[in-house]
Design a protein around this ligand. Structure first.
Ligand code: PXL
Length: 281
């Protein structure tokens, strides 16, 4: 029977990150996963690469920074506004144009999700200089949620990464440093106090809560992008941050488990989409 209930307007999120044509990362992960959360996903590609830089021998790179101001002007002319912004892999010249878009194209109460995608396993991604983390810190200032892994957190704080042998005091101190950069909520990924479990520390600035999953035997490229996309989509669907983080981690684990060893450049997150949609139904 048709319902007389008015249909609620879906939230509209703008993701700003590269399109790596091949490689299952950045925008090609955010678009399907944010959509699977039931949230409209608009995309501003910051650059187009033939493939990502994490293991392929070479790539093309088309910087789209020069287009950003014109796109913002067009949106302002038409009054196009967004309920949320989600940034991932971006380069230094894009930070000011992104801050301008987040300031001028925000619907009332718009949320900012910043995944400072620039490093993993103790190292900056190829192509980023040692001074880049201090530039990325400018995006973290004023963010509602930042989602660094342990390596990115260390670089944002100007420290050498510590990836093992730490305890809760270290996590508390790291999270406090990240809040001091100006981020309201911190979601620190890749946290582990026990070799069998890997998880996330979620802080709203007054308390830290943890979520852990069994550690899987293999690590995979693009899992940070899967995590951040699901987290942002789930928060926009109304989940509290710890629940959104737990769901995002479950989608990452299911994606890794569905990925054959021969598939080295990303994870088969497509196979976890039915589970994600069910959990948010
Ligand atoms: O997944 C992060 C990422 C995004 N975009 C590009 C990358 C990487 C990581 O290597 O190279 C182009």
């Amino acid at each position: 029977m048709p319902s007389n209930e008015p249909i609620a307007a879906p939230k509209r999120l703008l993701t700003i990150q590269d399109i790596s044509c091949v490689g299952q990362c950045s925008a090609t992960v955010a678009l399907p996963l944010v959509s699977a959360c039931g949230v409209e996903c608009a995309a501003l590609p910051s650059a187009v690469l033939s493939n990502h830089t994490g293991g392929f021998p070479s790539w093309t790179f088309r910087d789209l920074t020069p287009d950003m101001a014109g796109i913002e002007a067009e949106w302002n002319k038409q009054g196009i506004r967004f309920d949320a912004f989600y940034t991932g892999y971006v380069c230094e010249p894009q930070i000011d144009p992104i801050l301008s878009i987040m300031e001028h194209c925000a619907a009332p109460g718009a949320l900012r999700f910043v995944d400072p995608a620039m490093a993993d396993n103790g190292k900056l991604y190829v192509g980023f200089g040692a001074d880049f983390p201090s530039k990325m810190a400018r995006l973290c200032k004023g963010a509602d949620y930042i989602l660094p892994n342990l390596t990115e957190a260390a670089f944002l704080l100007g420290r050498e990464p510590v990836l093992e042998g730490y305890g809760e005091a270290f996590v508390e101190e790291t999270v406090a440093g990240l809040h001091a950069l100006g981020a309201k909520n911190v979601v620190l990924t890749g946290v582990s106090f026990d070799p069998a479990r890997l998880g996330t520390a979620v802080s709203d600035g007054s308390s830290i809560r943890y979520d852990f999953n069994p550690r899987l035997a293999r690590m995979a490229h693009g899992t940070g992008d899967v995590f951040a996309s699901v987290f942002a989509g789930a928060v926009l669907r109304g989940l509290p941050a710890l629940d959104a983080s737990a769901l995002a981690a479950d989608v990452v684990c299911a994606s890794i488990e569905a990925t054959p060893d021969s598939h080295w450049y990303g994870v088969c997150f497509e196979r976890a989409i039915p589970m994600l949609a069910d959990r948010l139904a």
